[in-house]
Design a protein around this ligand. Structure first.
Ligand code: PXL
Length: 271
């Protein structure tokens, strides 16, 4: 049984970050520990007046205790980080990895051409540092643009995407999984690149013309679970894309549910 620690915030309400990662990873048979970076009343997309309790001081104490207890992991999965002071601690958690353990980084900081509302440029710098340490990264196109310090474009060609994948891989990670890639109006998906063997894998599925928060977290959690369970990259991309589409379809009929997707029904159906 694989053991992972996920480092991101707890948004108490809103179906994102740890409240998505924990149930999904567990349901794929992965023992999941959490290193919460902050506790928010809700996520920051679409809610106003949310509360934030920062855990920057607590994080190193938790990691130090785990180290003393000889607690070790097969993987680290990082997501949304709201305070740039935490990046040193996060990089230092690599000492808790078993030999051959993986660092998987979802630089969850932006979408649709913009940084998330509560984030500042120092988060982009911190994410660049984390990407250098990663084995796998899972940015969307906006996050890729921020990481590479390039302008975000409304449309990307296959050549653009290959160029982005290669540049991101050159920053450090062995595998880059780029999400939200779309070459046709009604299709969207993910493209992965492995820098050792140069393999490029694409998976596209139907594009549902509605934006929901938390879909990146659902995608990354499923993809990371499949990677840890030893699946090949074709299966990883297909499984994560189809899981997101099913979650969105479960949500569409509920007008009052724009803040997240109903991924729980997909889990209950056995994925
Ligand atoms: O889903 C990414 C995410 C995670 N955590 C918080 C967020 C967001 C996106 O807005 O606000 C607190």
């Amino acid at each position: 049984m694989k053991k992972i620690v996920s480092i991101q915030d707890i948004s108490c309400y809103g179906q994102c970050s740890l409240t998505v990662a924990l149930p999904i990873l567990s349901s794929f048979g992965i023992e999941t520990a959490i290193l919460p970076s902050a506790i928010l009343s809700t996520h920051t997309g679409g809610f106003t007046g949310f509360t934030v309790h920062d855990l920057t001081e607590e994080m190193p104490a938790i990691v130090n205790h785990w180290e003393k207890e000889h607690i070790r992991f097969d993987a680290i999965y990082t997501g949304y980080i709201g305070d740039a002071r935490q990046f040193d601690t996060i990089r230092s958690t690599k000492r808790l990895l078993n030999e051959g353990g993986l660092m998987l980084v979802d630089p969850a900081m932006a979408d649709n051409g913009k940084l998330y509302p509560a984030l500042t440029e120092d988060i982009v710098g911190g994410m660049r540092g984390l990407v250098k340490e990663a084995d796998v990264i899972l940015p969307n196109l906006t996050e890729a643009a921020f990481l590479l310090d390039e302008p975000y474009k409304e449309t990307y060609s296959r050549e653009d995407v290959l160029d982005i994948l290669k540049k991101l891989a050159a920053m450090g990670p062995e595998n880059v999984i780029l999400t939200g890639v779309s070459y046709e109006d009604d299709r969207i998906g993910a493209v992965s690149y492995n820098k050792t063997d140069g393999s490029l894998i694409e998976y596209f599925t139907e594009k549902i013309p509605r934006n929901y928060h938390g879909t990146g977290d659902v995608f990354s959690s499923v993809a990371i679970a499949e990677i840890l369970n030893g699946k090949d990259m074709e299966t990883v991309l297909k499984s994560a894309c189809e899981f997101v589409v099913k979650s969105i379809k479960n949500t569409l009929s509920d007008e009052n549910h724009g803040y997240g997707v109903k991924f729980e029904i997909v889990l209950a159906e056995g994925c």
